[in-house]
Design a protein. Structure first.
Length: 120
């Protein structure tokens, strides 16, 4: 996974993420759709490489590493789902390739939205 590793500043923390857009073979004439993978079960993204390799043929995939894999380790022993969701949303809003990707915010359970501010 080190080949795909990138660092992004999120609220003063050096967050690790993976740019998997070059993972698989793509049709050079087809436009890839940006997608974000975030394993909500505690397994690292590398566990999903067989799945992500197949998906990368059609999608430009990024994956924010879980907080314990960041360069700046967390000071709290655990984050709530709401705190974790806010970190993910901050990443999606800052990562320009994901500007209009759909997301679900656990802190706003009653709405879906996109990074462009639209809700449904």
């Amino acid at each position: 996974m080190q080949t795909f590793e990138r660092i992004i500043d999120l609220e003063g923390k050096n967050a690790r993420y993976y740019d998997l857009s070059d993972l698989g073979q793509k049709d050079k004439n087809a436009k890839s759709i940006p997608a974000h993978f975030y394993g909500g079960n505690g397994f690292a993204a590398g566990v999903y490489m067989p799945l992500l390799s197949k998906l990368s043929a059609r999608f430009d995939i990024s994956s924010l590493a879980m907080r314990g894999y960041w360069q700046d380790l967390p000071t709290l022993k655990k984050l709530t789902r709401e705190q974790d969701a806010e970190v993910l949303i901050a990443f999606l809003e800052k990562n320009t390739r994901q500007t209009c990707g759909r997301y679900w915010s656990f802190s706003r359970r009653d709405r879906h939205g996109d990074c462009c501010g639209q809700t449904s």
